[in-house]
Design a protein. Structure first.
Length: 327
């Protein structure tokens, strides 16, 4: 894991910003294989010239700014995205606030003010479909044309395909919404994960012999309701402890059909997790969420779910997202 990962924000003093960096630019939601191709290009460029390589990304996601009332299923929130970026080998990230001012900044002004004057970049890597600046007027072709005049090397990466299907954040969201965990994992280059604090629930699992760690996911999460084989990480640095587990995400139709909740049963664990932040990586989809007529039938199904989850996790003993430490 990377422990020396620098995060630069709009408020970072200019004196603290390293000059001559190579940057990979993008929104990087999920940091999938297409994003990693851009990041790898920046890393190669940086190594070739002896310069640090950073990601340049935007928060909140521009889509959220332009469509604030439309649900946005993000694959990774800001903290998770930074940890994924830190796990790629990058030296740091530049997080630019996407607000009214930045949305109104022309592409040329963004290049000259944000990239040249403030960051002093020496190289840029982008994906083929990356656009920036007011009206999305900035494009890879603009960067390529401006690069020689500004003395900046520009690398444009083509789309990445898996089985002739382009990898994209939207395709991964669709796969997760359909419970296609293997497909999402392939496009991400590792398991999709969420991170959240364990909260108090109704304690029903304890009475059933399956005490769960409950985590409230973002209200816009479109993950398919169902039962999953998951791997759980406790702690966010080198000493992170991991547990195999089975999880339910949904509305608990047998009981209350309430708000969606992630309920995680950690195998072979005893202890209090309330208030603890856990990383939950989704390794396999087991079945749809169901309503049971009796508690006995539910427990029998939970026993079977656990056995199937253990088998799926045993077949993927090292499956977990590669995360770096921030700060």
């Amino acid at each position: 894991m990377t422990t020396d990962f620098t995060v630069i924000r709009d408020t970072t003093p200019a004196a603290e910003i390293p000059r001559g960096t190579v940057v990979a630019m993008g929104n990087f939601d999920g940091v999938h294989l297409g994003h990693r191709a851009v990041i790898d290009a920046a890393l190669r460029m940086g190594r070739a010239h002896g310069k640090p390589a950073f990601a340049v990304t935007f928060e909140p996601h521009p889509r959220s700014f332009f469509s604030p009332n439309s649900p946005q299923f993000r694959l990774s929130d800001e903290a998770s995205k930074l940890r994924l970026l830190a796990g790629t080998g990058l030296d740091g990230a530049v997080v630019m606030t996407f607000d009214k001012t930045r949305a109104g900044t022309s592409a040329q002004e963004f290049i000259h003010h944000d990239l040249i004057q403030r960051l002093g970049v020496s190289g840029i890597a982008v994906g083929y479909d990356f656009h920036f600046g007011k009206g999305r007027a900035g494009s890879p072709s603009l960067l390529v044309s401006e690069g020689p005049r500004l003395g900046i090397e520009v690398d444009v990466q083509a789309h990445v395909d898996i089985e002739e299907r382009p990898v994209s954040s939207s395709a991964i969201r669709m796969a997760l919404a359909e419970g296609q965990i293997d497909e999402a994992t392939a496009m991400l280059g590792g398991p999709w994960f969420v991170s959240g604090e364990v909260i108090h629930g109704e304690k029903r699992g304890r009475d059933l012999g399956y005490p769960t760690a409950n985590i409230r996911l973002d209200k816009n999460c479109s993950l398919k309701h169902g039962i999953y084989a998951v791997r759980v990480g406790r702690g966010q640095r080198k000493d992170q402890v991991r547990f195999d587990a089975v999880a339910s995400f949904g509305r608990r139709p047998t009981f209350d059909n309430g708000a969606p909740l992630l309920e995680v049963f950690l195998f072979d664990f005893k202890g209090d997790l309330y208030g603890t932040v856990l990383d939950v990586a989704f390794i396999g989809f087991i079945r749809d969420e169901l309503k049971f007529d009796t508690i006995e039938a539910l427990i029998r199904q939970m026993d079977d779910d656990s056995a199937r989850a253990r088998a799926a996790l045993a077949a993927a003993p090292d499956a977990f997202p590669k995360l770096g430490a921030i700060g």
